[in-house]
Write a protein that binds this ligand. Structure first.
Ligand code: HEM
Ligand code: NAG
Ligand code: NAG
Ligand code: NAG
Ligand code: NAG
Length: 325
């Protein structure tokens, strides 16, 4: 059974790799560093394990970090770059709010550099760290083809191209499709909200002033609203809120039951009920206890990890993930 699953996953991966090949002369490869830095993947895994063991909640943060990296300028590590006096980087754009876990990437990079200096990109390290972290909290495990190179550009204002929590289904679909992902990928990857936390400020408008008349978003379960209001006061900027209350630390299919009950935290979660394909997916996973969720998530993460990658001779291998060489 396990072997069959692995073969199915591998086939799916090969298919995805083929599709992306067409657009990219140098596709990513499994085991890309086998000759140049054979221990790279093991070192990253070990470093990640040390952090996640002590702070499991970082796994969610690292998954989100990869999403933010890939959706802005492709998976090129641009989300990791620090601002300088002359340049405000992605990290300092508003949607970065609460990106956490940069220390894990930096530690993994330091450890890998000690073994093989100047070989392994920060973009690849981030992709591996996100995968290893989620697997460690008993989430799915997906293959991570490697060979990404690091970008040399990171611009704060570009982080506004990330989907917003108040986006509607039309906008979300368009944003995913523009990255080469499908409407199904939107439904699947939104399932990332099965883990992690948000800030009250992200839903304040939805709770307290939805259309500017002191009202609440009618798409939110009215029985859930008082609970949320008890946690989040209108001007609260610091209180944290689980997106999948009760199981926000375990990677499971609960998210889809939450959305189906109209308790998805963001409008972008609720919006999944407003499209035929995405709502069918939500219902299927909620009712089948996530029968295909892990398998789907694995495939969609492989796809997301290939968005706009730099390969071959473009870009660089950064020496420090926060600094352009
Ligand atoms: C579909 C569009 C998406 C929107 C609009 C969105 C929006 C957000 C927002 C607003 C937050 C909370 C920020 C805060 O208040 O602190 C968040 C957190 C999170 N997002 Fe998304 N997201 C989207 C897709 C994704 C995807 C594709 C993934 C990964 C596969 C993902 C993974 C996460 C995780 C794990 C967290 C929790 C982070 C933590 O605990 O630090 N999201 N997202
Ligand atoms: C990047 O910025 C962070 C936060 O300001 C800081 O802690 C870190 O030392 C910086 N990294 C480098 C290499 O300058
Ligand atoms: C995110 O951006 C804000 C400014 O918009 C900044 O104050 C904050 O330090 C940034 N967070 C990270 C993790 O870089
Ligand atoms: C989605 O939002 C856009 C931009 O605000 C708007 O033009 C469009 O009509 C909205 N679509 C739906 C289905 O609500
Ligand atoms: C609600 O929104 C309206 C319109 O944007 C604004 O004028 C009003 O000040 C807001 N009320 C609160 C309490 O923030």
């Amino acid at each position: 059974m396990a072997i069959q699953k692995h073969i199915a996953l591998l086939l799916q991966f090969l298919l995805v790799a083929l599709v992306f090949d067409v657009a990219n002369g140098y596709p990513l490869k499994l085991g890309f560093y086998q000759k140049t830095c054979p221990r790279a993947e093991a070192i990253v895994k070990r470093t990640t394990a040390n952090y996640i063991y002590r702070a499991p909640s970082l796994a969610a943060a690292l998954l989100r970090m990869q999403f933010h990296d890939c959706f802005v300028r492709g998976c090129d590590g641009s989300v990791l770059i620090n601002s300088t006096r002359k340049n405000q980087a992605e990290k300092d754009g508003i949607p970065n709010l609460s990106l956490r876990g940069f220390q894990v990437i930096d530690a993994a990079k330091t450890a890998v550099e000690a073994a093989c200096p100047g070989v392994v990109s920060c973009a690849d390290i981030l992709s591996l760290v996100a995968r290893d972290a989620i697997h460690q909290i008993k989430g799915p495990y997906w293959p991570v083809p490697l060979g990404r190179r690091d970008g040399r550009v990171s611009i704060a204002s570009e982080s506004f191209t990330l989907p917003a929590p108040f986006a509607n289904i039309t906008q979300l679909k368009a944003q995913f499709v523009s990255k080469g992902l499908s409407v199904k990928d939107l439904a699947v990857l939104s399932g990332g909200h099965t883990v992690g936390i948000s800030h009250c400020s992200t839903i304040a408008t939805r709770l307290y002033n939805f259309t500017g008349k002191g009202d609440t978003d009618p798409s939110l379960d009215p029985r859930y609203v008082p609970q949320l209001k008890r946690i989040c006061f209108p001007t609260d900027k610091t209180t944290l809120l689980a997106m999948d209350p009760g199981s926000s630390k375990s990677f499971d299919e609960d998210y889809y039951s939450v959305v189906l009950k109209r308790r998805g935290l963001f409008q972008s979660d609720a919006a999944l009920l407003n499209d035929k394909t995405t709502s069918a997916y939500v219902k299927l996973q909620a009712k089948s206890h996530g029968y295909t969720f892990f398998k789907d998530f694995q495939a969609s993460m492989v796809k997301m990890g290939q968005i706009g990658v730099l390969t071959g001779k473009v870009g660089e291998i950064r020496k420090h993930c926060a600094l352009i060489n």
